[in-house]
Design a protein around this ligand. Structure first.
Ligand code: TXA
Ligand code: MG
Length: 319
């Protein structure tokens, strides 16, 4: 057991990581639970603190394109374009791993997921460390990802020594994951970088968001990111009927429904901005999960920009 501390001190985080301990770190997407990616004992601590199954591989975080080259065999042309345009940023690329990356990190796959997080504190930390950081989202396996240091604390206190506090995360949903096969790009998880932005740069991409057993992205389970309460996705017009069935909480885009108490409704973006909605999504799910409503109803979002990632997370949360 640890006496978990929340602080803003990079050198404290560095000391724990140097010793092979795990630390909560901020990124622009969600908070991560980080360990030295080149130290198997340290990486094992991530799996046990999260109760994460070993078949679910981890993302390796580093600070620069040059650093990425230490961990991968080569960088295909399309990946290079994405790295140059969007990193640091909310995107993860799958590349052929070098032997220095252990099978424990990749769950035996020959690719490693790599990203450069766009957060000043964490980028500085990564520059000071002699190794990259393996980090999944800092939540117990299957639950909603954390977007503040307090979300991390609420669920992992006692299991980790330190949480580096970088404020609430900017993007609010996990990175978009993209791999490259025979000159084609395939998106395995929609996330913080909109598909439209990727397609503007490299042309059409394939989507492979397989719901249950996706051999390429084993962690993309059908049920994930879930609150403890039952969550359902409905059209706005259905809320009135839902209300008659019990005490419900609502997550909506920009409009309240008359018949439900305001305190049980959360608007993710009154000004209809999908980026702002994504940023507020997970905190809203946590808030209603902790409230006295019996059931959570989310209204479907427009399927464009970050709306895709929002709908994807809601769908998994409702499975
Ligand atoms: O935004 C993010 O990506 C956050 C922050 C902390 O960086 N991290 C995150 O990690 O969401 P995690 O572990 O919750 O999700 C990583 C996903 C999993 O679904 C996993 O299966 C997939 O990445 N993944 C990791 N390595 C892979 C690989 N080599 N091939 C395919 N999928 C991989
Ligand atoms: Mg996760």
């Amino acid at each position: 057991m640890f006496n978990t501390i929340i602080g803003k001190d990079i050198s404290v985080a560095k000391n724990f990581l140097d010793q092979g301990d795990i630390v909560g770190i901020p990124t622009e997407t969600v908070y991560g639970l980080a360990a030295n990616a080149l130290n198997e004992d340290a990486v094992l601590k991530i799996f046990s603190a999260k109760n994460r199954p070993h078949f679910d591989p981890l993302i390796v975080h580093t600070h620069s394109k040059d650093a990425i080259k230490n961990y991968v065999e080569d960088i295909p042309f399309l990946a290079e374009k994405l790295i140059d345009a969007f990193m640091p940023g909310p995107v993860t690329v799958l590349l052929k791993k070098k032997n220095i990356i252990s099978d424990l990190v990749t769950s035996g796959l020959d690719t490693v997921a790599i990203r450069i997080p766009n957060h000043t504190l964490t980028l500085e930390l990564l520059k000071q460390l002699d190794f990259p950081l393996a980090a999944p989202s800092a939540n117990p396996f299957g639950y909603i990802s954390p977007t503040t240091s307090h979300h991390v604390y609420d669920q992992l206190q006692g299991r980790i020594p330190y949480i580096l506090d970088g404020g609430p995360t900017d993007v609010g949903v996990e990175s978009t994951i993209i791999g490259f096969e025979n000159g084609e790009s395939v998106v395995y998880r929609v996330g913080g970088l909109a598909i439209e932005e990727i397609e503007n740069l490299i042309g059409k991409v394939q989507l492979n968001l397989n719901e249950s057993s996706n051999p390429k992205s084993p962690g993309m389970l059908k049920s994930h990111y879930a609150p403890r309460k039952n969550l359902r996705i409905r059209e706005f017009e259905d809320l009135i009927t839902e209300k008659q069935k019990g005490n419900i909480g609502v997550i909506a885009f920009d409009e309240y429904v008359d018949v439900i108490e305001l305190k049980n409704q959360i608007l993710l973006s009154p000004k209809r901005d999908l980026n702002e909605a994504a940023k507020n999504l997970f905190a809203a799910m946590r808030k209603l999960d902790a409230s006295d409503v019996e059931k959570i109803i989310a209204v479907k979002f427009p399927e464009v920009g970050l709306g895709r990632a929002i709908n994807d997370r809601l769908k998994r949360a409702s499975s």
